[in-house]
Design a protein around this ligand. Structure first.
Ligand code: XIL
Length: 388
């Protein structure tokens, strides 16, 4: 079976397909199927993208075609965050979330829920709660209502987002200040009870950092020691052309896998632009508005030069080399958006820039990085086939 699948995928990735055997024995029609991320990497991991309002509402038909063709998993970029889904204690707005789930179902995709608990993009009323009993009650209502509604429909939940500081200690969010670590246990217990079949993930950025990695290990071990279900670690993977080092990412994948966690790259993008924190210590300003309109920080407003396309492709190739090396431990690779024009990195951390962090350009055509990663996979498949 394995060899048969390998053959199929090689065939697919070479741009051909596949003969569909029809009921009518006299007709065998060849169906030409274009190579795609989801087909080429089918045997390695799920390939996905974060989707926005235009995708969910079906108005952005051009990007939707890419989503349908290339990806087999989706994550909602914003619409399931607390401030949108649960803006008042007694009001839930499920309109967009229902459409999001319907989109995934229509295409038989692995549907991710992002995110049940996060200090950011939370409804302001939640941040005003100072009583631990009241907070636990609200968290319970939030998770039971949402994870309950999508039981069996949302396959993976980012239960908790960004609960750690860079040194691995717990972030002093309002959740933590009011309830201490117990809010983390509560969230995972509730999610597991609301949908026992959903995969439950802890998601955060900079999870390649050794100190933060230790924090994740503590968090996971603490849950495991209490018999609380956690299935995976989501490494957000917001990277740059030069950092982090592949070896740091690798060490984190190894460490998380050792805990029995499935690892996912949940928000992959590679910024093409300089960022304030790349500058020398003293030059780093707290107020990034000061950089708005600064051409040094926005070097490619009219197009991405070929030489930069190559650098971007080199970086993505290195990342995918690593991901393929650990395909047994990696469940899913999700890009944070579909095409460059829609990436949040055009507006963060400095507004009004022109960035090129994804696989598809502003006209939804594949960038050089896409081609390179597809070639990488094709080369690897050929070597495997040849038994090397
Ligand atoms: C970002 C969205 O992409 C933006 O549109 C929004 O304005 C802010 O949030 N980590 C996360 C994501 O977990 O939810 C964030 O998404 C990016 C960083």
């Amino acid at each position: 079976m394995r060899t048969y699948l390998k053959c199929c995928f090689m065939f697919l990735s070479m741009g051909w397909l596949a003969v569909s055997c029809q009921q009518d024995t006299t007709v065998t029609k060849p169906v030409l199927e274009k190579p795609s991320l989801k087909n080429s990497f089918k045997k390695d991991f799920l390939m996905g993208a974060a989707v926005n309002d235009g995708h969910i509402n079906g108005t952005d038909t051009s990007s939707l075609k890419i989503i349908e063709r290339e990806f087999n998993t989706i994550t909602p970029e914003n619409i399931m965050k607390w401030m949108y889904l649960h803006p008042q204690p007694d009001s839930f707005y499920f309109d967009m979330a229902d459409k999001y789930v319907a989109l995934g179902k229509k295409h038989d995709m692995h549907i991710v829920g992002h995110t049940l608990l996060w200090h950011s993009q939370i409804a302001p009323w939640m941040d005003e709660i100072k009583d631990p009993v009241e907070m636990a009650k609200q968290i319970e209502n939030h998770i039971n209502t949402i994870a309950g509604r999508y039981k069996g429909k949302i396959h993976t939940w980012d239960v908790l987002n960004e609960a750690l500081n860079e040194d691995g200690s717990y972030r002093t969010s309002n959740f933590y200040n009011v309830m201490g670590e117990s809010y983390i246990e509560l969230a995972f217990r509730l999610a597991a009870a609301a949908d026992p079949d959903a995969k439950l993930v802890y998601n955060d950025y900079n999870l390649w950092k050794p100190e933060k990695r230790e924090g994740v290990i503590r968090l996971v071990k603490n849950l495991q020691s209490k018999g609380i279900k956690i299935d995976g670690i989501g490494m957000q993977a917001h990277y740059s052309l030069v950092g982090p080092e592949i070896s740091d990412i690798e060490n984190s994948i190894i460490a998380y896998a050792k805990l029995g966690m499935e690892v996912s790259m949940t928000e992959l993008d590679v910024t093409a632009l300089p960022n304030p924190w790349d500058l020398d210590g003293a030059a780093v300003k707290q107020n990034y508005e000061e950089y708005e309109g600064d051409p040094v920080m926005n070097p490619y407003p009219n197009g991405f030069p070929d030489s930069m396309q190559v650098k971007m492709a080199d970086r993505y190739e290195d990342l995918f080399q690593l991901y393929l090396k650990y395909e047994k431990n990696i469940d899913r690779i999700t890009f944070w958006g579909v095409s460059n024009g829609q990436s949040w990195l055009n507006g963060w951390p400095i507004k009004g820039r022109t960035n090129y962090p994804l696989f598809f350009n502003r006209k939804n055509k594949p960038q050089v990085a896409y081609e390179r990663v597809m070639q990488l996979k094709e080369k690897k498949s050929k070597l495997e086939e040849a038994g090397k």
